[in-house]
Design a protein around this ligand. Structure first.
Ligand SMILES: [Zn+2]
Length: 68
């Protein structure tokens, strides 16, 4: 979909799964590797609310049908 400002890029939210370092009790110690990004092994579909990167307008869903 396209924002009313013409932008087609939005900021959403995403659940990710990453490898982390834990202690002997399984408690989180620190992120694994040089960056969190490199330790990610799975990510779910991004969800809203979505914010337009152009004008900051918020959308609950990114659907084309609401464009009117
Ligand atoms: Zn916009």
């Amino acid at each position: 979909m396209r924002c009313t400002c013409g932008c087609t890029r939005f900021i959403g939210h995403q659940l990710i799964r990453a490898d982390v370092v834990v202690d002997g009790n399984g408690e989180f110690l620190e992120n694994c590797g040089p960056s969190l990004e490199s330790a990610i092994y799975d990510a779910e579909k991004p969800y809203g609310p979505f914010t337009c990167t152009g004008c900051g307008k918020e959308y609950e869903e990114l659907t084309d049908e609401k464009e009117a």
